[in-house]
Design a protein around this ligand. Structure first.
Ligand code: PMP
Length: 385
């Protein structure tokens, strides 16, 4: 049976050019980039090149890029780094503004620090269409707010948040502005100056690169407390021998995304297929879209609530029929805890309802969308019987 992969928000297939590039690098440049001999310095030069490429993508300086083990670590370094630095400096309880649309790596970190009594936190709530306005963020900012952390594109329901406007509205105020741009990088402008952010997170495996490598943009001069301690790698901000092949693959994946116009073209093409999928899925009785429509929705995301169907039964049936989809977000699937994002839309409490997320990629074909819609329609009918 031919599989239809519709879970690109969970991860993307590695581009063959990226895989080849990493393999070549791994075989030729095994040196430790911190070693002073030629093998080490060759590896070091390649990392410098990759750092410059990631910097250019964000309109940042190379030395403002810190490579991490992925976006989860980068988000922890950003949030905990700002909070712990503020606690050490001010010896008082900082306040954090974030949203109910965040990925777990921000949401659970802020929740945990709130539970431990380290911070006060405000989680800005989306409206029923999953949207958040800049004035909601501004209103939440208080005298002791040290950090504002906002996701650029929701990995679950596809909302594109008004990051630039949020950046403008809090400009000149005290808080550090962090943006989780993991799901935005493949389609949208991540120019840190235009966004007005101080910290920004990326992950390679969402842009056809390898898993286990990400980056945090840290604006020059910004002080963060370290998460880990050790050597002086990554400007002392992220000690440990670098994942050199991963870094090379990350830079290659960024290069292959091409200039912004290419990414915008991709977004337009994919969003046509996304709308074909959404329009047809909404023809099925008692199926609702989660999140906004049109331009305010990520080009590749279709998140649906299906009433009258058991979540696990639907996921299993889709998988058996050849479709790789996910519940709200891949990170919570397999757990019985409801997603905080879907909960924020007020959709939980419906015992007999399933949330599925179908996310398209560069290679998704119209024929696959047509098949997926037919299969989905048939399975929902069968399960409701
Ligand atoms: N933020 C967002 C918005 C994500 O979608 C993900 C991955 N699901 C992460 C952070 C975590 O990324 P990683 O897998 O690189 O830790």
């Amino acid at each position: 049976m031919r599989r239809i992969y519709l879970d690109h928000a969970a991860t993307t297939p590695v581009n063959p050019h990226v895989a080849q590039h990493m393999r070549d690098f791994e075989l030729q440049h095994f040196g430790n980039p911190s070693s002073s001999h030629r093998e080490g310095q060759n590896a070091r030069a390649k990392i410098d090149f990759a750092r410059a490429a990631v910097g250019k993508f964000l309109n940042a300086k190379p030395q403002e890029i810190v490579f991490t083990s992925g976006a989860t670590e980068a988000n922890n370094l950003a949030t905990q780094g700002v909070i712990n630095y503020a606690v050490q400096k001010n010896k008082s309880k900082p306040h954090v503004v974030t949203t109910q649309l965040e990925h777990q790596s921000v949401y659970n970190t802020v929740k945990e620090l709130e539970k431990r009594g380290v911070i006060e936190a405000t989680f800005v709530k989306p409206d029923k269409n999953g949207k958040i306005r800049p004035d909601q963020i501004l209103k939440a900012v208080k005298k002791n707010t040290e950090l504002v952390s906002v996701i650029f594109v929701s990995n679950e329901i596809g909302t594109i948040l008004p990051i630039r406007e949020i950046g403008q509205s809090i400009k000149g105020l005290k808080p550090i502005f962090h943006v989780d741009a993991v799901q935005a990088a493949q389609f949208y402008n991540c120019n840190v100056e235009k966004l007005g952010c101080d910290l920004l997170t990326l992950s390679a495996h969402k842009i056809y690169g390898p898993k286990g490598i990400g980056a945090l943009y840290i604006k020059s001069g910004l002080k963060l407390a370290n998460l880990t301690f050790g050597g002086s790698q990554e400007y002392g901000k992220r000690p440990g021998t670098q994942n050199t092949a991963g870094i090379m693959g990350f830079a290659k994946a960024i290069e292959l995304l091409g200039p912004l116009e290419n990414r915008q073209d991709q977004a337009r093409k994919i969003s046509t297929l996304r709308d074909l999928l959404i329009d047809n899925a909404l023809r099925i009785k008692n199926v609702e879209l989660n999140g906004p429509t049109g331009e305010e929705r990520a080009a590749n995301n279709a998140s649906l609530t299906v009433y009258g169907v058991d979540q696990d039964a639907l996921m299993t049936a889709l998988d058996l029929a050849g479709i790789a989809a996910s519940t709200g977000s891949a990170c919570v699937s397999g757990s019985s805890v409801p997603s905080h994002v879907i909960e924020a839309l007020g959709k939980i409490g419906q015992a007999d309802a399933a949330t599925i997320r179908l996310t398209l990629g560069q290679n998704t074909k119209p024929s696959e969308i047509k098949s997926a819609v037919n299969i989905l329609t048939k399975i929902i009918k069968q399960l409701r019987r």
